[in-house]
Design a protein around this ligand. Structure first.
Ligand code: PHE
Length: 343
């Protein structure tokens, strides 16, 4: 009998060594010995009746000892297996948190929007407020009130899309100046971004483009104020070492009128392809608001003066990002747009 017990013990030890490769396998193995009905140790108890009465107590004790021993063995086995499986899981699910992450694809704002936002940032920092006008204007706001009456030759400078004899697609954000000056009394300091339209189409002109109008009306506004603001603008957009120069020009609604050049940010003024060897690049039109325009809006031109400027957003962006054809800004080619992420 003792031999049978020893064999079972041996069988258990071998089973643990050879068959118990997982928690599930260990559980199955345990069942073979310790299942209350079919288990080999349980079966031994049933043989009690075949044992001589004087040996029964001893036999019972030995079987119980074996049972206890087996339970301990399987308990330990189960714990070992649990630990091993947990470690395997940790190993397979291991992540290196120091690895660089995969960059998700994100879109970026359109270059014109980026440029518009940058310009708004610069001028908002100087205290300008935004006024957004309408794209459809009447002749009065777009031209007449801006000192450009019907027979004025300056109308030729802006080839206009008329919707009717009275209404048109605004050719310039300057139309907003009149709305603002009719509505508000000085001091006025507004920035007016928006779309404008001209029948014009080549590598640097598009029938629809964007402008950013600036208007300041207050006591004693001079060209010095204009130059100071524009210097600040070019330094923020094209770099700290850039500056501006003013050249005489003509617009009906400003007197004097100036064309503003920025010192070439590509060559630092030495002369290169971008500035066509001159060291300067023309960037915008500006001037001191014509007294007649102030009077048209009911502002006393002896008491107040104003400055105005009109920035072409496409042109500013094309210069900054090295874009040589304005069409690239309107074709929505993702390969082009992806390259310009400045915000
Ligand atoms: N409106 C002018 C243009 O479109 C630009 C400009 C604005 C000039 C303000 C002077 C003052 O060409």
């Amino acid at each position: 009998m003792n031999e049978r017990l020893a064999n079972i013990k041996q069988e258990i030890l071998e089973g643990i060594k050879e068959k118990a490769t997982s928690r599930a396998a260990a559980f199955e193995l345990r069942k073979q010995f310790l299942d209350s009905k079919a288990g080999k140790i349980g079966q031994l108890m049933k043989e009690m009746k075949n044992i001589a009465p004087e040996e029964r107590a001893n036999f019972g004790k030995s079987v119980n000892e074996l049972k206890e021993w087996a339970q301990n063995q399987f308990q330990e086995l189960d714990e070992r297996m649990k630990k091993r499986e947990l470690e395997a899981r940790y190993e397979s699910e291991k992540i290196d948190v120091t690895m660089p992450s995969k960059r998700g694809k994100t879109g970026n704002l359109h270059p014109i929007t980026q440029m518009r936002n940058q310009l708004i940032d610069v001028f908002a920092g100087m205290g300008f407020e935004i006024y957004e006008g309408t794209e459809i204007e009447n002749d009065y706001y777009n031209f007449t009130a801006l000192n450009t009456p019907k027979d004025h030759p300056a109308r030729d400078m802006q080839d206009t899309f008329y919707l009717s004899p009275e209404f048109l697609l605004r050719t310039q954000t300057s139309a907003g100046q009149i709305h603002v000056m009719e509505k508000d009394k000085p001091p006025i300091k507004i920035l007016s971004p928006g779309r404008v339209f001209r029948s014009d189409d080549d590598a640097t002109h598009s029938p629809m483009f964007h402008q950013m109008e600036g208007l300041v009306v207050d006591k004693k506004i001079t060209l010095c104020d204009l130059k100071g603001m524009l210097d600040m603008f070019v330094q923020k957009i094209y770099g700290e070492n850039t500056t501006t120069r003013l050249r005489p020009s003509y617009f009906p609604f400003t007197e004097p009128s100036v064309e503003v050049d920025v010192s070439c940010f590509e060559c630092g003024g030495k002369g290169c392809k971008l500035c066509k060897g001159t060291g300067w690049i023309e960037i915008l039109g500006a001037g001191i608001v014509n007294k007649k325009v102030l009077e048209n809006c009911g502002i006393n031109s002896d008491e107040y003066s104003g400055l105005a400027f009109g920035i072409g957003i496409e042109r500013t962006a094309m210069l900054k990002y090295g874009i040589n054809n304005i069409k690239l800004l309107f074709e929505s080619d993702i390969r082009v747009l992806n390259q310009i992420d400045d915000n």
